[in-house]
Design a protein around this ligand. Structure first.
Ligand SMILES: *Cc1c(COP(=O)(O)O)cnc(C)c1O
Length: 395
């Protein structure tokens, strides 16, 4: 009998080594595989399902929009797009939004905006300073922005106009700033890089440097936005406002959508400058509008903060018990557990068997990014499965 794994090997591009789990259904924090085995999902579709799997607010919005209007061209006004833009703008420090289909595309748009700003207001400057160990997406320009050699090696020559410098190091940004620089783009907390929180004061100092030099400060909040860090936007956790913010992942509650938002003074795009066939269509914006409004109305960020604290306390208790754990770090429900050896692949595999889905974010660290709606009880249950999995893997 051919299995789904066989079909994948035969028909699909070999771009990822998958866990041997075929997920067929999800509800809240849980998913089920083809054999009806149940798992706690602490990956949440890569920090996407912020309200859990198949949340009624999201499902209802998709269902009703699907039966009403799926797609128009952007020559016309559509209502969910405007409602979503309003929800984002009225609840953030930014003034205007544009919708894309993914995080990488949102960042591409933000960089285009920054280059236009440089052309108009900084003598044609076009270079964007980004951080080492960052992640900004997989398009050709974003692999140049992403300061990780293994994401760049095969795609040379890299797109011009990006300078990668050490993260959390203001002096490195200062040294890299030239007449050609138009913007600095960073994640408020590096997600794919292993849940790296910057030094105290770094983002604030970046803000000041950008103000002094007429550079745009772009926060890539594709992973940190929409409540993940325990505040609606990651920048609020640091008290620093960006000029441009990009979003995706959690924003659609599970549908593919991204956005970039800008302050009025740098919203320099004009008709013809940018666009997308699917970006901002009625279906995805209706789902995102329902998601974002639910997150705000039910103060989901506060819940993420509480549950994140609870999860970290539980992980710290495990650390006190087991010497193979070297560190617990994170903010809100973006958390990593570091081991003192490169066992994360084995731990993730063993936890799968125990019914817990996790991400091996580094060879020596695993990442927790469960739905923001997770309960204490689910965290307790997850920690039990984690401990069993770790003991199996490390033994
Ligand atoms: C996931 C991610 C991206 C890329 O988003 P895609 O939707 O996969 O293109 C960009 N930036 C950050 C910070 C991310 O976590």
């Amino acid at each position: 009998m051919t299995t789904w794994q066989d079909m994948e090997r035969k028909y699909y591009m070999f771009v990822v080594r998958r866990q041997p789990v075929v997920i067929v259904r999800g509800q809240g924090t849980r998913v089920w595989d083809e054999n009806a085995k149940e798992y706690l999902d602490f990956t949440a579709g890569w920090a996407v399902n912020c309200l859990g799997h198949c949340h009624p607010a999201v499902v209802d919005a998709i269902r009703s929009q699907a039966a009403t209007l799926l797609q128009t061209s952007n020559q016309f006004y559509t209502i969910p797009q405007l409602q979503l833009a309003q929800a984002l703008v009225d609840n953030s420090c930014l003034d205007r939004a544009f919708f894309s289909n993914s995080g990488a595309e949102a960042n591409e748009g933000a960089v285009k905006l920054a280059r236009k700003y440089g052309k108009l207001h900084r003598n044609g400057a076009y270079e964007v300073i980004t951080a080492m160990n960052s992640f900004h997406g997989r398009t050709l320009a974003m692999v140049a922005a992403t300061g990780q050699p293994h994401y760049q090696e095969n795609w040379k020559p890299l797109a011009e106009g990006f300078v990668n410098v050490e993260y959390s190091d203001l002096e490195a940004v200062k040294r890299a700033t030239t007449a050609k620089t138009c913007a600095v783009m960073v994640e408020p907390v590096q997600g794919e890089g292993g849940v790296i929180i910057p030094q105290e004061g770094y983002l604030k100092a970046l803000r000041d440097w950008c103000d002094q030099n007429n550079l745009l400060l772009i926060f890539d909040e594709v992973q940190t936005g929409v409540g993940r860090l325990g505040t609606l936007w990651g920048y609020q956790s640091f008290g620093v406002e960006p000029d441009v913010m990009t979003l995706a992942k959690g924003m659609g509650g599970g549908v593919p959508i991204g956005a970039f938002l800008a302050k009025e003074r740098c919203a320099v795009l004009e008709p013809g400058d940018h666009g997308s066939t699917f970006g901002g269509n009625p279906l995805t914006t209706a789902a995102a509008n329902a998601t974002v409004r639910y997150v705000i109305e039910h103060d989901i960020p506060a819940r993420a903060k509480d549950m994140g604290d609870y999860l970290r306390r539980g992980l710290e208790a495990l650390q006190a018990k087991h010497s193979f754990i070297s560190q617990v770090r994170g903010m809100g429900l973006l958390v990593a557990l570091q081991f003192n050896s490169e066992v994360s692949g084995k731990v993730v595999a063993a936890c799968n068997e125990e019914g817990l889905l996790l991400n091996a974010v580094r060879p020596n660290a695993i990442r927790f990014m469960p739905p923001l709606t997770i309960s204490r009880q689910e965290i307790d249950e997850g920690l039990e499965r984690l401990e069993r999995g770790m003991l199996k893997a490390v033994a």
